[in-house]
Design a binder for this molecule. Sequence first.
Ligand SMILES: Nc1ncnc2c1ncn2[C@@H]1O[C@H](COP(=O)(O)OP(=O)(O)OP(=O)(O)O)[C@@H](O)[C@H]1O
Ligand SMILES: [Mg+2]
Length: 310
Amino acid sequence: MNLLIKATNLRKFFGDARAVDGVSLEIAGGEIYGLVGPDGAGKTTTMRLLVGALRADSGQAEICGYNIEKQTEQARAQFGYLSQRFSLYEDLTVLENIRFFAEVRGLKPDEWRPRSLEILDFVGLEKFTDRRAGQLSGGMKQKLGLASALVTRPKVLLLDEPTTGVDPVTRQDFWQLVIRLTTQGEGVSVIISTPYMDEASRCHRVGFMKDGRIIAEDTPSKLRTKLNGRILELRGAPIKVLRRVSHQDVDVEDVQAFGDKLHVRVGKGKAQEVISRLKVQIGSEGGHVDELRVVNTALEDVFIALSESK
Ligand SMILES: Nc1ncnc2c1ncn2[C@@H]1O[C@H](COP(=O)(O)OP(=O)(O)OP(=O)(O)O)[C@@H](O)[C@H]1O
Ligand SMILES: [Mg+2]
């Protein structure tokens, strides 16, 4: 397999904080790998280790076969990195911003200019080349960030929460761009962190991080099967009673609001008995059930379960 990202047992502690605590990754060309997990799980630190912005306490990282610490220049030439809090130069225009990134990466004017125009066209900013970055919308800024990361034609893209705070339509555009990059030619490898479960579902594989470790890693559909038959959808009233009664049941592990419904996670093989008990118990406490059934697991259910796991 053509591995473009390979990390072995990466570790980085900040004092007592075990930011990254033994992370290994193998990501192939054309693959979109999603890194998800709660705040402070270590996603950003993992990416910073992969790009050599931080030195690992131990472990190895290779980008396209180049060791990030020993062959830094060659490794750096292979990737584009959009950091979580990247900054654009607000007083510079769109084109000038890209030019800045290109020059830092050593591209000459006859290389960067055609390449920049091609990329701005690709991300849909071709009409805004002369607009100051400070006057772009949030989503346009993210696209300019992506454009800047693409200017060297990287084989590997590291995107740290590139769509956070961006509206759903622009998020969709952004994903179309990412998918095109991975399906064109040899296909770049993408590692992307995101708080949005719909985005995690679009990744080929997802790694769930918690306390500096990847505690689960699989395709979205395989991750979902772990909770198959264990998520009940409950609709009725009053919601306070539904919630209280569900929580009190011995076989209920968790209760979460999903719009006007509750998702009730039950122990393995317990769905039918919980359904029978809840119907009776909710009725006897003055509530009523409109709907109570096993539903397909959402990735969000899986992440909630993993976040709670010890
Ligand atoms: N430079 C630093 N100095 C000290 N502690 C740090 C530093 N960078 C990260 N940490 C700590 O390491 C842990 C992991 O942080 P990191 O930013 O990697 O998490 P994250 O998963 O990216 O979180 P978020 O979802 O909020 O972006 C946190 O406890 C954080 O406080
Ligand atoms: Mg982060």
